[in-house]
Design a protein around this ligand. Structure first.
Ligand SMILES: [Zn+2]
Ligand SMILES: [Zn+2]
Length: 271
């Protein structure tokens, strides 16, 4: 078995990513209902006893809905910082403290968290390092910084937010307050910000990467719009080392698997 990653759901209603390595099975966020998550786990032929931990990015409902129920019923530990755990107000749940910026070894995976800018107690993204590859995830962030780029740079698979298209957001029916929240520095990343981040990332480290655009808004974005915004920016800058797709909202999405032969072929093509 090799390192593999699947998005189970991605968007403002529910988010969850499943990472499987030879020694560990880790979920990042479970915003789906616990029933739906367990159904998808069974489809992946994973038993509940194999799930080692649930890493939480922050305490918003679209990231924790099923996580807290599964942690309670199956005694699977939540991994998050103290502020996020306190914000859950469920002190009896099994918990592993991972302070922001810290690392934790889970089986053969090294998990590192890093701060992101979002309106939650202490929101983070994660980087998972394994001998077969590196996966990084940052969703729910209002802005990106050079430091965030450094955190994401080693990723072979990058799961990055492309939440909205600002001109659509203005007319999508959201209240002015909600629009300001989404557009703010502690809100969500617009397609053009995501594109700029990917270009900065390429300049920092031009390795071949798979990129999943994630956490798309249902009302102020579409998969085609997000993809076009990002691909046209990459095309204009002649960046051809990224394979970009969109993580679907409510069904299991792209599947990334460590494939040394494919990666070599991709390097040749990109080189
Ligand atoms: Zn969210
Ligand atoms: Zn959030």
């Amino acid at each position: 078995m090799s390192l593999s990653v699947r998005s189970l759901a991605s968007g403002s209603t529910a988010n969850s990513v499943l990472i499987r390595s030879p020694q560990s099975i880790i979920a990042i966020d479970i915003g789906l209902s616990s029933t739906r998550f367990l159904e998808l786990l069974a489809q992946e032929q994973i038993s509940t006893s194999q799930l080692n931990a649930i890493c939480l990015t922050h305490e918003h409902g679209d990231h924790i809905r099923g996580a807290v129920i599964i942690a309670e019923q199956l005694q699977i530990p939540l991994v998050c910082n103290a502020a996020t755990f306190a914000a859950l107000r469920l002190p009896h749940l099994p918990w592993i403290d991972l302070p922001t910026g810290g690392s934790l070894q889970l089986g053969d995976c090294l998990i590192t968290s890093f701060a992101v800018s979002h309106d939650a107690a202490d929101p983070v993204g994660y980087r998972l390092e394994h001998p077969q590859g590196c996966v990084a995830l940052a969703t729910d962030l209002g802005e990106w910084t050079p430091e965030l780029c450094r955190q994401l740079a080693p990723a072979d698979l990058l799961i990055i937010e492309a939440n909205h298209q600002p001109d659509r957001l203005r007319w999508c029916g959201y209240s002015r307050v909600l629009q300001q929240r989404i557009l703010g520095q502690r809100g969500h990343l617009a397609n053009e910000q995501t594109a700029a981040l990917l270009l900065a990332l390429h300049h920092l480290d031009p390795r071949a990467r798979t990129v999943w655009l994630a956490h798309l808004s249902q009302r102020s974005n579409t998969p085609a719009l997000a993809l076009t915004s990002v691909l046209s920016a990459l095309e204009t800058a002649a960046v051809r080392s990224m394979q970009v797709s969109v993580a679907p909202r409510s069904q299991p999405g792209p599947h990334w698997r460590y494939q040394p032969a494919t990666q070599l072929a991709f390097w040749d093509e990109a080189g």
